[in-house]
Ligand binder design. Structure first.
Ligand code: HGY
Ligand code: MN
Ligand code: MN
Length: 405
């Protein structure tokens, strides 16, 4: 299963993955998901927002099982899209482990007493359109159709245009409360994006919370000019203000106990011998509490405005994505702890997930699998096979405890 998926969307040079929403690689991942589902006799459907759901179907009445309207379905899954040159595990480990956990439950002869499904949520990384968790946000009603229609990729292609080109009808996107009302619990397994489990020596952990985090676009507008003939005193160079802002971001993050990253930048006209007219920088900032995140982002923007003022640069700042703090529901979190017999420590994370977005609508929980280096959003992302198998067994134990007799 893992090997079949591993070749999809992988860049030969970097070894990283480029599985962006509504592209060919995304379509190939969706085909892979459908094949895995159908090979297990699951009914695969794609919801109005492009998320894939593979249903085991309703348990036979004899088992006293619920029905899809009972609101007690147990769902597990994750996402298959990636950041640019992302690693093999972020997302796919959760989806592959879901299918493997079902195989394990069948090997155990477990009997489902609740409806069960495996999901692939679309566009979790927001690598193409800049907003994280588009598929789950739409379904949870945390992104409106109008807002989704405003999303553009770097080539100016809108989200609806991209969906249409991929054969999906963007006209039907929107909240899906009926679907969420069928679900009693959603559990997402994910590779840890940090080293807490490596430090504690545990193969599997349970999520306690997700830090509040967001993405802000800084547009620094200056004056294009000749790199060789323009006196320094006559320049309005936005690259200078951008650079000063990047340094300010690191300083303010250290002061606030937060993290701040300018990982993406675009320059116009992007010529070696031309002073830029426009530099766009995207800030990703996160903090353990909302108050710290507010402090650090306000301080970074204030520093940027001060430098812009001094350098004669026009600055606009737009918040493109934001996710408030997530405290996973204690009852489900503790149920997982009980099922795993205290073998899995609780840990927080600075990484966003679909389980975080859905947590406002339904009870959700997460399992983390040890990542020995903590590296993620990189081709170097890695998890040992033994730990991945421990994750599958833990997920099977959890699903058996939640959905089987
Ligand atoms: O950026 C994140 O936190 C997640 O990987 N989408
Ligand atoms: Mn990610
Ligand atoms: Mn992820």
């Amino acid at each position: 299963m893992w090997a079949d998926l591993a070749t999809i969307g992988r860049d030969a040079d970097s070894g990283g993955y480029r599985r962006y929403a509504w592209t060919g690689a995304d379509a190939d991942c969706r085909t892979w998901f459908q094949e895995q589902a159908e090979a297990r006799g699951l009914t695969c459907e794609t919801d109005r927002n492009g998320n894939q759901w593979a249903w085991l179907g309703d348990p036979p009445p004899a088992s006293g099982g619920g029905s899809p309207t009972a609101g007690d379905a147990v769902v597990t899954g994750s996402h298959l899209d990636s950041v640019p040159d992302g690693g093999a595990f972020d997302g796919p480990l959760g989806v592959v482990s879901s299918f493997a956990a079902l195989d394990e439950l069948r090997r155990r002869g477990a009997t489902f007493t609740k409806p069960f499904a495996i999901t692939n949520f679309g566009d979790e990384e927001g690598a193409r359109f800049g907003l994280a968790c588009v598929g789950s946000r739409l379904t949870a009603g945390r992104l409106t159709k109008a807002q989704a229609y405003e999303l553009r990729d770097g080539d100016g292609v809108s989200l609806p245009q991209a969906m249409e080109a991929a054969g999906f009808d963007p006209g039907i996107i929107g909240p899906d409360p009926e679907r969420l009302a069928r679900i009693g619990a959603f559990v997402e397994l994910h590779v840890e994006q940090g080293r807490a489990l490596d430090l504690s020596g545990d193969p599997v952990g349970i999520a306690s919370a997700i830090w509040p985090h967001g993405r802000w676009r800084f547009d620094f507008r200056g004056e294009a000019n000749h790199a060789g003939t323009t006196r320094l005193a006559d320049r309005r160079d936005p690259m200078l203000t951008y650079a000063e802002t990047v340094l300010a971001a690191r300083r303010e993050a250290e002061l606030a106990g937060a993290v701040a990253t300018f990982g993406k930048v675009s320059v116009e006209p992007n010529g070696v011998n031309a002073i830029p007219s426009l530099v766009r920088g995207w800030l990703d900032s996160r903090a353990p509490e909302q108050s710290a995140l507010d402090v650090v982002t306000a301080a970074i923007e204030a520093a940027a405005r001060e430098h812009a003022e001094r350098n004669g640069i026009d600055l606009t700042v737009v918040r493109e994505s934001f996710t408030p703090v997530v405290e996973f529901e204690h009852a489900l979190r503790d149920e997982l702890g009980k099922i795993l017999g205290g073998r899995a420590p609780l840990l927080g994370t600075g990484a966003g997930h679909d389980a975080g977005i859905l947590s406002e609508s339904i009870p959700t929980a997460m399992l983390f699998v040890r990542n020995p280096t903590g590296v993620s959003h990189s081709p170097a992302e890695y998890a040992a096979e033994d730990d991945c198998l421990a994750g599958v067994i833990a997920l099977a134990d959890v699903l058996e405890g939640l959905a089987c007799s």
